[in-house]
Design a protein around this ligand. Sequence first.
Ligand code: SGN
Ligand code: CA
Length: 726
Amino acid sequence: MISLRLFAFAILASAGLSTGFAKQPNILFVFSDDHAPQAIGAYGSKINETPNMDRIAKEGAIFQNSFCANSICGPSRACILTGKHSHKNGFLHNGNRFDGSQMTFPKLMQDAGYQTAIIGKWHLGTDPVGFDHWEVLPGQGSYYNPDFLQMDGKRKRYQGYCTDIITENALAWLKQDRDPDKPFIMMCQHKAPHRNWSPPPRYYSLYEDVSIPEPDTLFDDYAGRSDLLKLNEMSIANHMHWGHDMKFKGENQFPDHFAGRHNNGEYARMTNAQKAAWDEVYEPRNQAFIEKMKAGDLTDREVVQWKYQRYIKDYLRCIQAVDDSVGSLLDYLDESGLAEDTIVIYSSDQGFYLGEHGWYDKRWMFEESLRMPFLIRWPGVINPGVESTAMIQNIDYGPTFLDAAGAQVPAEMQGRSMVEMLRNQGKESATWRDAIYYAYYENAAVHAVPVHDGVRTDRYKLMFFPRSRQWNLFDLETDPTEMTSVHADPAYADILAGMQKRYRDLRQFYDVNSATIPATRGDEPNWAKRDAAMTKAAKNSDVDLVFIGDSITQGWEGAGKDVWSQFYGDRKTLNLGIGGDRTEHVIWRLTHGNLGKIKPKVAVLMIGTNNTGHFDQDPSQVAAGVQEILDILAKKLPDTKVVLHGIFPRGNGPLDLKRLNNIAINQQIRRMADGERVQFVEFGDQFLEADGSISPTIMPDKLHLTPEGYRRWASALEPVLKDLGL
Ligand code: SGN
Ligand code: CA
């Protein structure tokens, strides 16, 4: 059988693929969910011990600066599969569906002769592609008696504890089902220690008699950073659920201290025997707490401290089972003689807050959730005990696996192979990256974390929040817990400018154009309300004319009201304008219900002045956003004629910078008209005085129209609409 494997490798080598290693190594990639490095012994944990994970570090390498590209489950996994940032692989936030037809590293590993398998959490919506064998949890999966999706489309329920079942099934495939003549990559992906942190019976009492040390920032008040931090819904103080998180039964008895929406679904899945074992341990603890509360023995602060202990102990108990899993897998590699030929990696989809900043969960670009564990053992290549400070990211995993397999890393992968660095015992070359780019897109969702992105170098971190258009800058050397943003500190002016430059350049390097990335503003209540109202209105298909845009379009319901009823009152119209929207928001709306069932004869589109106003965004980027909207309209409303407007002039005079930006956008979007489906109209001159200024009787704030302004707009547009049969 060995000869077959060598034969396969010879073919690979003759095809121009070469690892530079004796043979293609196997890869065992153990990956968990939400396991923060600060809860791993090898990373210096002060709160638990993980001897088996530590063994990987001891016999191989630990990466101290390992980061994710987007700190949330599905996106992190999609970044790994594709070696690309979220905006490139299309999986921006949980709830997206992974496009399995795109290039992924498992497919390329198959091409390179590998047998590929994945068992456990997947969470990408569509079925796995590129795997010879898969068995995955539906969605988040369950800790107790979990169901698994099978390759034949059926579901199979197992009795027992999820972490152990995943381990057993991974071992079964390694032992019995794989083809021993081929190299393999096995991705063993645990659900643990994801919320609701349900441990296995053998660890119900682990840590019960000790008090786990609290992080210094448990009582963070969120001062000194973006005010959006205060809107979070992920604090131990205010957002722990009575049943789901804290494992109480029955009605929430202290609604001032516990959120009450969620029951413990894991308990509900248990068999009677499992329930009895659980109750025997948890109920006396619960009753003791309830009695203390009833006696008024605990201050508010002490309640938070109790909740922290309940949370962290359950979380660490889950990790202990994951550490057992790593132990069993390593033992098997030893026993089977595979250890020498197998790369072993332990990582997790993102970090997690273990009470730091008063939080649980992840998402923010702060250290605890930006970091990912990365431990790697590669016998014969990495010496035991290597510690690397190179900045690595999850987009590097795919390129590394491919490179280790001797396969070509496609140019479209944005990450880089770490193989050379691994051969150099963790020392990065001079051309390795100096900074990482990070972006989080899931706002208007559970935990209320706003969209933000940023860059991190070895010392500084810059974050940008588009909703409030705020920058935050952290000096990780003087403020490692990120308690104070120094963006406005004059002493950091040069550093801020340098980091902003790096931010712009990295966004360009990774081809990030926020004007084309669908974005909801659903975390802003007024926006959410109007968006919902428009989606409702669009359910009525009887619309001939639709206006799409921002506040200038929304203004037809304000300053433009009378003109609207005069011109459009008798026509079947719909106004899809929302003040403050940029191209990316319109893209989101048109793909999330705003077009409903309508099939209008004409769509009037004007968008982009806020891309200019908010960010002075590069005209070609904004034009690409407009193009994206036109593409969506072409797809969704192929029979609708589009009247694409040049963005109206703004500002004081002909050389106003923002006006010039709009002019430059208009120059580009004019070319998007085909004269057939899309017509371009430019009405700017309607609003300008002879000297290029804008009269206050037309735009008092040099941006928004008065009733007279709307009259001029409607009059100029009218012949175009008539021409189009309206
Ligand atoms: C669930 C959890 C959230 C968690 C997300 C994302 N709530 O919605 O706390 O942030 O998953 O997690 S729960 O009530 O279901 O426990 S992720 O790891 O899948 O991204
Ligand atoms: Ca996760």
